[in-house]
Design a protein around this ligand. Structure first.
Ligand SMILES: Cc1cc2nc3c(=O)[nH]c(=O)nc-3n(C[C@H](O)[C@H](O)[C@H](O)COP(=O)(O)O)c2cc1C
Length: 185
């Protein structure tokens, strides 16, 4: 069945390693007959979410911010791809700003956690470390967020030993794995 695959790139470096991994995933998805879209988080003026908790009437209206356009596309997707460089043993700040905005979100009276169940989510990570012993620490929060939204984890692709954008070309196996992940979404 043809699905709508929407990728969110959390690197400020367009054409960089996360971006290249995303392109490979989306190329695989297109080969499998899916419709694809790529959005750069750096094109949106994302700001930290307000600390608003408790009663629903106190919730921030996320529709007032630039995150709304992104979340709208996420809600319209069947599969979400989260691509990020590893920054300081975590996803990038851009990716975190985006994910934080998922909290307290509602559209037409429906909360995000009621809009996302059944959709699939995959991740792509790029990092310079050749032997990162901390990948679970980076992937864990993404997997937990997916679980919280009752989405299905579709898999991940990780490119290690990539510092500069040209570095990924030396790892055709990783690009092939990204393409395969895209085909299997
Ligand atoms: C602020 C910053 C923090 C980084 N922290 C890490 C890190 O903790 N571990 C690591 O392996 N690489 C780290 N790197 C290297 C990047 O993950 C690496 O260059 C990656 O390929 C960048 O992906 P991009 O081309 O998609 O931007 C860091 C880079 C920057 C700019």
């Amino acid at each position: 069945m043809a699905m709508r695959v929407v990728a969110f790139v959390g690197s400020p470096r367009k054409g960089g390693n996360s971006d290249q991994l995303t392109d490979a995933i989306l190329a695989g998805a297109a080969e499998a007959g899916h419709e694809t879209e790529k959005l750069y988080l750096c094109d949106y003026a994302l700001t930290p979410i307000d600390a608003v908790y408790g009663a629903e009437e106190n919730w921030t209206d996320p529709r007032q911010g630039p995150a709304d356009e992104l979340i709208k596309r996420m809600v319209a997707a069947d599969v979400v791809v989260l691509a990020s460089p590893v920054y300081w043993f975590s996803v990038s700040g851009l990716m975190k700003l985006f994910i934080d905005r998922w909290a307290l979100y509602q559209r037409d009276g429906r909360r995000l956690m009621d809009l996302m169940p059944g959709k699939r989510v995959a991740a792509a990570l790029a990092l310079a470390d050749p032997e990162p012993g901390y990948l679970d620490m980076v992937l864990g929060p993404l997997q937990q967020a997916a679980k919280w939204l009752r989405m299905t984890w579709a898999g991940e692709v990780v490119a290690t030993s990539v510092a500069d954008p040209g570095d990924l070309a030396a790892q055709p196996g990783v690009l092939a794995a990204a393409r395969e992940l895209g085909r299997a979404l």
